[in-house]
Design a protein around this ligand. Structure first.
Ligand code: NAD
Length: 547
């Protein structure tokens, strides 16, 4: 068990009068008592983030990035320890927990690189002697609200870009994974992040999370979690005039066409459907299979599922760990009964797993239904557990239509060996992420991550797209003509004065006498009178002397 887990405010670990417990889902044991933040701690955390903002935003981005590079090194050095806390607190198997930490290391390195890029734009002006550019500016205090299923990776997608761009953060992690959150914060502290730049508040979403979203000094809310909570957060943010970035649920599908490599497809299905016990936003929960290969695919899949080993994620042979808590277990079980009532056929699983040591934890058997129609609730709702539906399709077109016809739009995947079908699918699948001949899991930090439809609200995390989520564009015009120049208006006047042969003016102003060329020789290319007129107008346009 860990010592009491505290809030982190203005560079100090802060205990409070009230605590809550973090519980190991594999054993039911208490992992840590955690200090529950009240409005008082929340106000202090937001005030600290406000106070830290002016200095942090003025710190040169390459200096800010150095802290991120140090965070990457610290996470790397502690990868095993952090992975262990992830498994203990939320259950995923050690190999996947290490991947969770690695994602944060990758994101720290990628975003640290932005410290020396963070490119803006220059664009030509429509007026002479005027320079135009746009630069990225930080937004201010960012409220970061995260789920439990990626307790280190998901926060890293938000906190690291927020920092390199010069924002400060108040982070409210899931109350199921407070210890992982505190361990992540420790890496920032040791990396030398100034006090107040990162603040951690622990507690219930409906209380401290909601109060954070409402707080008048928060400028941006970045939320990852369920659709139900995300919509509420979005409404509150809108009512209180904040920017809001949402990443929510998924009902992701793997399409298997009749020309697919079935063994490869089954590898992808097992990894995508049962990794993290199906508790990934990117988990595959629908298999849309061409009717001619449904039989052999199902047979292969059931064979592979029988080889999965359910247990504590810390035990090396385990391939499927527990689900997060009893509420999740009950929800999964409820959906299995909904599926049976809807007329789907249960092929495997469909019950809790409580053999041996697993009796104390929250385990559910990998479950597969077939005879599922696209209209069934088990084919439309996010169950967030190890449950997969097999849906038949007669063609690529039908498979794509089924894929697209759900309220979510995070990931889809297609297995085919036909390049024409693969490219058609890439164009027609309307999710934010598409895989060809790979499962639904495998995002990399250098590319945008996020979903369409009900999965998000258009914002993206990771890659260059994350920079737009965590910064404002500031456009700067510098007029060095020394006189009033009116955009749109003075351009119109000059347009009216345009010489008859506009091309000739362009050529004259772009041709400069070079070695061996004389102005007279250049002039010789144009009729003398036209040249004079154009030359005079060029001078006027550039603010030169009138002849
Ligand atoms: P959740 O919505 O229950 O909680 C998410 C966070 O919101 C938690 O920190 C919670 O305490 C907080 N919260 C709860 N009520 C709140 C309120 N009224 N105001 C403010 N904050 C509040 O989700 P969860 O169970 O932690 O995570 C699972 C969900 O997350 C799934 O739906 C999954 O698909 C989704 N998810 C999405 C992505 C993605 O990138 N799209 C990634 C991971 C998880």
């Amino acid at each position: 068990m860990s010592a009491e887990t505290k809030n982190f405010i203005a560079g100090k670990w802060v205990a409070t009068g009230s605590t809550f417990g973090s519980v190991n889902p594999a054993t039911g044991e208490l992992v840590s008592r955690c200090a529950e933040a009240s409005q008082q701690e929340l106000d202090a955390a937001v005030a600290a983030a406000c106070d830290a903002f002016p200095a942090w935003r003025k710190t040169p981005p390459p200096r800010r990035a150095e802290t991120l590079f140090r965070v990457a090194e610290l996470l790397k050095a502690r990868k095993d320890d952090l992975a262990r806390w992830i498994t203990v607190e939320m259950g995923k198997v050690t190999m996947e927990a290490r991947g969770d930490v690695q994602e944060a290391i990758d994101m720290a390195r990628y975003m640290a690189g932005e410290g020396r890029r963070m490119f803006g734009h220059t664009a030509p002006s429509e007026l002479p002697d005027k320079f135009c550019m746009s630069l990225r500016d930080p937004i201010g205090v960012v409220a970061v609200i995260t789920p439990w299923n990626f307790p280190i990776a998901v926060p890293s997608w938000k906190i690291l870009p927020a920092f390199v761009l010069g924002n400060t953060v108040v982070w409210k992690p899931s109350s199921d994974t407070p210890v992982c959150a505190a361990k992540f914060v420790e890496a920032f502290v040791e990396a030398g992040l100034p006090p107040g730049v990162l603040n951690l508040v622990l507690g219930k979403g409906a209380e401290i999370g909601d109060a954070l979203v409402r707080h008048r000094d928060v400028r941006l809310v970045t939320f990852t979690g369920s659709n139900e909570v995300g919509h509420r957060v979005s409404v509150t943010a809108a009512e209180t005039g904040k920017r809001c970035a949402l990443e929510m649920g998924g009902k992701n599908a793997i399409i298997v066409l009749d020309d697919a490599d079935l063994a490869l497809a089954v590898d992808g299905i097992v990894w995508s459907a049962f990794g993290t016990s199906g508790q990934r936003c990117t988990a595959a929960s629908r298999i849309i299979v061409h009717n001619t290969v449904r039989g052999p695919l199902t047979e292969l899949l059931l064979e592979r599922i029988k080889q999965l080993k359910i247990g504590n994620g810390l035990d090396p042979p385990t391939t499927v760990g527990p689900v997060i808590n009893h509420t999740a277990l009950e929800k999964i079980d409820r959906y299995v009964h909904i599926g049976l009532d809807e007329g789907a056929r249960l092929l495997i699983g469909g019950e809790r797993f409580s053999k041996g040591d697993c009796r104390r934890g929250c385990f559910y058997r990998p479950t597969v239904f077939d005879n599922v129609t696209p209209a069934m609730r088990i084919a439309r709702d996010e169950i967030f557990g190890p449950v997969v539906c097999i849906i038949e399709a007669d063609s690529l077109e039908e498979a794509v239509a089924i894929n697209n016809d759900v309220p979510y739009g995070l990931v889809s995947s297609i297995y085919t060996q036909n390049v024409d079908r693969a490219f058609t699918a890439m164009r027609e699948l309307t999710t934010g992420i598409v895989y060809v001949n790979a499962g639904t899991i495998g995002s990399e930090v250098q590319l945008p991550f996020g979903g369409t439809r009900g999965t998000g609200n258009g914002a993206r995390e990771a890659g260059q797209a994350a920079l737009d989520t965590f910064s404002e564009w500031k456009t700067v015009y510098v007029d060095y003509s020394g006189r009033l120049q009116r955009a749109q208006i003075d351009t119109e006047t000059r347009h009216k004065e345009k010489p008859q042969n506009e091309n000739s003016r362009t050529q004259i102003s772009s041709v400069r006498p070079g070695p061996g060329k004389t102005a007279a020789r250049i002039r010789g290319r144009f009729p003398r009178q036209q040249h004079r007129r154009a030359h005079a107008r060029r001078n006027v346009a550039q603010g030169g002397h009138r002849h």
